[in-house]
Write a protein that binds this ligand. Structure first.
Ligand SMILES: [Zn+2]
Ligand SMILES: [Zn+2]
Length: 272
């Protein structure tokens, strides 16, 4: 059974992410088996998904996973299922993938009368987004003030509910400024189980630990996510549980401790 501290897994991937291996049905079954109340499915919404390039235009077809979520039941075998996306931050202004990619045609090939960006199409279908950095090329040579502003701007997007694995991303930024912005916006900082996998170095794990400590000290709420890329890992939070235990992290700041507490944060930003 899942630890009583973590009744939700708000960061998981399905086969849509291409380097992940389970279906949504398998992830829900895994969530139920470990006793989770809520599963957030957050496939990559980024250039990782499509072979398109500036010379080979992107189509909404490549991202149609995100536009038909209406067919997913909210309650599935007793698990509350949320529809998410893990969106890549793509520049120092904190823009998210697809913000500048106009979609001319729908998935059937019909021309849209109204031109929306890829991000606008995806945003219509999802409950929330996790903003993460996977390709940090654009941050090389950036000043700390720029990377700090980048994370704050990403948080300001109305659909962004949390920043994903900011310790593991390896991009330096002013931790207290970003954490305080999250608190002021009623949003979350993610503490990500996968960041403690053996292949990530000690420095990145130390960064995650520092972020968790500052969240506790500044009163910033966190989301605990497995970042599962296979159903087997859904709801597994062993390393994060050990860390939070060790630093005596306040339970009331763990927004994913229950379905009710996570939904109250979600409802807060959905209304604002
Ligand atoms: Zn991934
Ligand atoms: Zn992920």
């Amino acid at each position: 059974m899942a630890s009583p501290t973590f009744a939700c897994d708000t960061h998981t991937h399905t086969i849509f992410s291409r380097h992940a291996y389970s279906t949504i049905g398998e992830c829900v079954a895994a969530a139920k088996a470990v006793g989770l109340e809520l599963l957030g499915s957050t496939d990559h919404y980024s250039a990782m998904i499509s072979a398109s390039s500036p010379n080979n235009p992107m189509y909404l077809r490549d991202y149609q996973h995100f536009i038909n979520f209406e067919v997913w039941p909210r309650e599935w075998d007793g698990v509350y299922v949320m529809r998410g996306a893990e969106a890549d931050i793509v520049d120092l202004d904190g823009h998210l993938f697809g913000w500048d990619i106009p979609m001319h045609k729908g998935i059937t090939g019909r021309t849209f009368k109204r031109l929306l960006s890829l991000q606008e199409h995806v945003w219509r279908g999802i409950d929330y987004a996790i903003a993460s950095i996977h390709n940090d090329d654009f941050t090389y040579d950036a000043a700390l003030s720029q990377t700090t502003n980048m994370y704050v701007r990403a948080l300001e997007d109305p659909k962004v509910l949390m920043l994903g694995h900011i310790g593991r991303a390896g991009v330096p930024f002013d931790v207290d400024t970003v954490l305080t912005a999250a608190k002021d916006l009623g949003k979350l900082i993610e503490i990500n189980e996968h960041s403690f996998a053996p292949h990530y170095g000690k420095a990145r794990k130390e960064a995650c630990r520092h972020i968790a400590c500052r969240c506790a000290e500044l009163g910033v709420s966190i989301a605990v996510g497995s970042d599962a890329h296979i159903a087997y890992d859904v709801g597994r939070f062993d390393a994060v549980a050990a860390l939070l235990d060790e630093i005596h992290f306040p339970r009331e700041l763990v927004a994913t401790r229950s379905k009710e507490s996570f939904l109250s944060v979600f409802d807060g930003i959905a209304k604002s």
